[in-house]
Write a protein that binds this ligand. Sequence first.
Ligand code: F6P
Length: 354
Amino acid sequence: MRIGILTGGGDCPGLNAVIRAVAKSLMRQCGAEVIGIEDGFAGLLEDAPRVRPLTWEAVSGILMLGGTILGTSNRADPLRSPADTERVLRHVQALGLQGLVVIGGDGSMRIAHGLAAHGLRVVGVPKTIDNDIPGCERSFGFDTAVATVTEAIERLQTTAQSHGRVMIVETMGRYAGWIALEAGLAGAADVILLPEIDYDIEAVAAVCRARAQRRRHTIVCIGEGAKPVGGALTVQAHEAGRPEPLRLGGVAHALAQALQPRVSSEVRATVLGHVQRGGSPTPFDRVLATQYGNEAAQLVMAAAWGRMVTLQQGRLGSVALADAAHGSRQVPPDHALLRAARQIGVHLGERLGA
Ligand code: F6P
C-alpha cells in the first residue's frame, strides 16, 4: 500500500506528531510505503508534484518539533477550478497513491470533502489552535496555544499591577472564543471578551473604573473575532484567493481606543499573534496528536475513506468529512466555563445588571 500525507492551512503545534504517528502506524501494521507531499495541496498542484518518502528515519525524532516538516499552504485550493481538481486527481494516480491523509483545518476538510466527491480516497485529521472544527471537541495545538497565552497573561499581570494599568491581550481563534476563554481563565483575566458575546463598551469601562478605585489593575483577554454590540469585526486584511479571505487582528487596539476616553487608568494593548502557533507542542498535544495520527492510520487500513478523525465525549472516533467541512464550532451560550467565569466574577462584556 502507498499512502500520501499532507498538511494544509495554517500550521499548528503537533502536526509533526501526527505525521510521525500516521507513518509509523502504517509502516508497522501493514508495511505501507508513506509519501509526504510538500506544502499542502500546493505540492500536488504543480506540474511536477513535490513529494518525498517518509521513511522510518525521516519521521523519527520529530515528535516534539513545532511547525510541519512537510511545509504547508493556505492559498492552494484544488477546488478553485475543474482543471485544478482534475490535475490533483491525476497526480495522485500518477504517484500510485492508494489514499491520502489530509491534516488540516476547516478549509482543508472542505477541500478533502470536495475531492472525495470526485472519487479521491481520503482521510482527514483535524488541526487548529482555534479548536473550532465541527464534530471535534479538542483539536491538537489548542492546548499549546492556551499555555502560551496563559504565560503571556501572567507576564502582563505583573507589569499591569506595577503601573495600575488596563492591559488588553488579544488572542487568535477566529470566530470562536475557546482560546480567549480558557487562557483568560487560566491567566486570571478580569474581563474576557469572546466572538460569541458582543461586548458592551460601557460595561467594560465601568468594570475597569471600579477596579481602579480599589487600586486594582485590569486584565482584559479578547478573542480576535470579538466585536462591540452593534459594531463590526476588526479586519486586518482582505486576501482574495485564499479559502479564508478575511484576516482578523487588531481588535485589542480598537478596544483600547474606545476604552481610553472612558477610564482614568492608562490602557495598553498586546496582540500575541503567531507566537500562539509556534513552538513545541505541550505533552497533552503530543499525546492527542499521536492518537489522532494512529486513528487516521486505522481508518486507512479499514478503507474508511471520506471520514475525519474526531474526539467526542472524550472518545476517539470519526465523522463523515461532510459533517466537518462547513461552519465553525463556537462556544455555546450554556457552556460550563461561561457559567463558572460569571459565577467567580469574571466579566464577559455583558451589560451590567442584565
Ligand atoms: O486558524 C488558525 C489561525 O491561527 C487563526 O486563529 C488566525 O486568525 C489565522 O489562523 C491567522 O492566519 P495567517 O497565518 O494567515 O495569519
